[in-house]
Design a protein around this ligand. Structure first.
Ligand SMILES: [Zn+2]
Length: 350
């Protein structure tokens, strides 16, 4: 009998966006049947030990035709998005999560607290925690925040890699410092305070370095970058400098390691033929900087170019084998795989 895979709670995926964009097209698929498309469906999640994660709701600036991969050099992909449009599109992604929960007949749940994630894990259910990537859907009066919170929203990245009313985002530039623009606006500061009060996680992946320090100054919760890597090892504007990592550690925060090849490699190239040792290298560096409680996974499944060697969510046990080969103990691997995210969500009041 083969051993059950190590349970994983992951910090970031774009699966809801993929399912919404593909709905009604020839690429439509069921979440409940195994397919080779994208990175996540329920059968592959079970194979990989994926027991849940933060499920991002991201509103694209440009809706590319099916099959066209995201081009970081096209400025159309970074154009501002209207609040009403973003809220409407966010509703579609949230509704998709609700449909999946209902259709699953108990196999998938939207979890609203760390306690609910733990009980879902214990019962073998997949737990979705609702996250907004780029808060364009939230208005300056925070009415949408109230309603989305009531529906189950528990995490917000104030900004994606484009400017909005809350902050400025980092471009996908390489090589580049993350200090590429302005920080939080006044209404951005209000968003952080409201999220602190409500128990909504603030995600710092995609924010400029100035914005990072603005949040660090006012937030009463641990600092989190759900899907970012180490700038010293891969000088992408999306990765965190040693100084930022020190601040994350100081706050008892967390960084989720991103599997995107261009955020892993020191040449910044999006190459699928990237060995898993590249993920191990960033993880080991983060353990060194943040301690073994401050590192977790932030795969970016369904939103990035994952190394071929990993493939998709079913490949997660291969990564844990690489961790073992690198000398990581079983306790540390289990922390990185799931425990650290749950601890962080608890420290955030979720
Ligand atoms: Zn992202």
């Amino acid at each position: 009998m083969s051993q059950a895979p190590i349970p994983v709670f992951d910090g970031h995926n774009d699966t809801l966006l993929r399912f919404v964009l593909n709905a009604g097209t020839e690429k439509e698929q069921s979440f409940f049947h195994e397919s080779g498309k994208g990175h996540i469906d329920l059968p592959r999640s079970r194979k990989g030990g994926f027991s849940g994660g933060l499920f991002a709701m991201f509103t694209p600036s440009k809706f590319n035709a099916a099959g066209v991969s995201f081009n970081p050099d096209d400025p159309e992909n970074f154009k501002p998005v209207e609040q009403s449009f973003a809220l409407n599109f966010t509703n579609r992604m949230f509704a998709m999560a609700c449909h999946l929960e209902r259709e699953s007949k108990g196999e998938v749940v939207i979890a609203r607290s760390a306690r609910e994630i733990r009980s879902a894990q214990a019962a073998g259910r997949l737990a979705m925690v609702m996250h907004i990537e780029g808060a364009e859907a939230i208005d300056a009066d925070f009415d949408a925040l109230e309603v989305l919170y009531a529906a189950g929203l528990r995490s917000i990245g104030p900004v994606w890699s484009r400017k909005n009313i809350f902050a400025d985002g980092v471009p996908m530039a390489f090589p580049s410092s993350p200090d590429t623009g302005s920080g939080l606006t006044d209404v951005g500061r209000e968003l952080v305070r409201n999220c602190n009060d409500m128990g909504v996680m603030i995600d710092l992946s995609h924010i400029t370095e100035k914005g990072f320090w603005d949040v660090a100054k006012i937030s009463t919760r641990p600092l989190v970058a759900s899907h970012s890597n180490v700038h010293t090892l891969c000088p992408s504007a999306r990765n965190l400098t040693d100084k930022q990592l020190d601040a994350v550690r100081e706050s008892k925060g967390l960084v989720g390691v991103n599997f995107h090849a261009a955020f892993l490699r020191n040449d910044g190239e999006p190459i699928a033929d990237t060995p898993l040792e590249q993920i191990v290298r960033h993880t080991a560096y983060l353990i060194d900087k943040l301690g073994e409680d401050g590192v977790a996974l932030g795969s970016d499944f369904d939103g990035c170019l994952v190394p071929d060697e990993l493939g998709d969510v079913a490949g997660l046990p291969k990564l844990f084998d690489k961790f073992r080969q690198a000398g990581f103990g079983e306790t540390v691997i289990r922390k990185i795989a799931s425990e650290n995210w749950l601890g962080l969500l608890e420290r955030t009041g979720i």
